[in-house]
Design a protein around this ligand. Structure first.
Ligand SMILES: Nc1ncnc2c1ncn2[C@@H]1O[C@H](COP(=O)(O)OP(=O)(O)O)[C@@H](O)[C@H]1O
Ligand SMILES: CC(=O)N[C@@H](CCC(=O)OP(=O)(O)O)C(=O)O
Length: 258
């Protein structure tokens, strides 16, 4: 099977123009089929606050009422997505930006939680793998934002880590997939403030232990939950670390195993 590299970047890289430029340089040099997924939660929070909205997150998911949905669509599917696509084009990567509504690439269902009303938040239901495969086979580098749709005309906000994970699961039916979560640190750390304390391999048992000891906390919890879910559903390889590892395999990072 052919290989495909799926990479996710989050708000801390996107919000730092120098880091973003360096990441996109490294990303554009990756050989073969590749897909980029970006978040942008930090920018959305800033924009929402600047117009008087009060952002609220529960378990790593943004409560998304109608005004907040307008903000995240403008920031994720508009400003950030188009800026990244333009920068990749400048580096001769034939990038094309997508929300899940475009080409029905990612259909989701509005989250139905028994006690919490998340608003316009979507859980991924279906990926248009055939179209994604066609795009890759035609030299396109798809760039996904964190917006999906319900196929009834409603856009929905979907966590970007989950989008990367669901796209990887779908692609693993037709390709060998390596999923890499790039962020500002070197990997999953024994001490989240010490970049030299990288845990080079983590399985579910170690994860549960470190979560209990509060070594792993906040945004790293949903990220690792997504990783174990993806591995058990067919994704071949998953890594977490700094984007420097994309061009230098000797850079320390974390590999996820079941
Ligand atoms: N053990 C850990 N090692 C590394 N980072 C950790 C750890 N525990 C918690 N974190 C936190 O997880 C964050 C990454 O998750 P998140 O904020 O969702 O990132 P992103 O938006 O880039 O996806 C890091 O910025 C860090 O503060
Ligand atoms: C439903 C939900 O929580 N959506 C996320 C999507 C963006 C995201 O995941 O951005 P980062 O990767 O930068 O955190 C949000 O609005 O924050």
């Amino acid at each position: 099977m052919k290989e495909v590299t799926v990479i996710k970047i989050g708000g801390n890289i996107i919000d730092n123009p120098t880091e973003l430029e360096q990441f996109l340089t490294d990303f554009s040099k990756i050989e073969g089929y590749k897909v980029l997924v970006h978040g942008g939660g930090k920018s959305a929070t800033k924009m929402a606050q600047s117009i008087g909205l009060v952002p609220q997150m529960i378990d790593g998911r943004r409560i998304t009422d109608a005004p907040m949905l307008d903000v995240v669509v403008m920031i994720y599917a508009g400003q950030i997505n188009k800026d990244i696509v333009a920068q990749l084009q400048a580096k001769d990567s034939n990038a094309m930006g997508f929300s899940g509504a475009d080409g029905n690439l990612i259909q989701s269902t509005k989250r139905n939680h028994p006690t919490i009303d998340y608003g316009f938040v979507g859980d991924v239901k279906q990926v248009n793998t055939a179209l994604l495969k066609t795009l890759l086979e035609n030299g396109i580098v798809p760039v996904f934002c964190a917006i999906t749709h319900d196929k009834n005309g409603q856009l929905l906000n979907t966590n970007a880590d989950t989008i990367a994970s669901e796209l990887s699961i779908a692609l693993s039916a037709v390709f060998d997939v390596t999923l890499t979560y790039c962020f500002e640190k070197q990997g999953v750390l024994q001490d989240s403030e010490d970049d030299s304390s990288v845990i080079t391999e983590i399985n579910e048992a170690l994860y549960n232990k470190l979560k209990e000891e509060k070594v792993i906390h906040s945004g790293m919890i949903p990220k690792l939950d997504n990783c174990f879910n993806s591995l058990s559903r067919g994704v071949q390889k998953i890594k977490i670390g700094h984007h420097k590892m994309l061009q230098n395999p000797d850079v320390l990072h974390t590999t996820i195993t079941l």
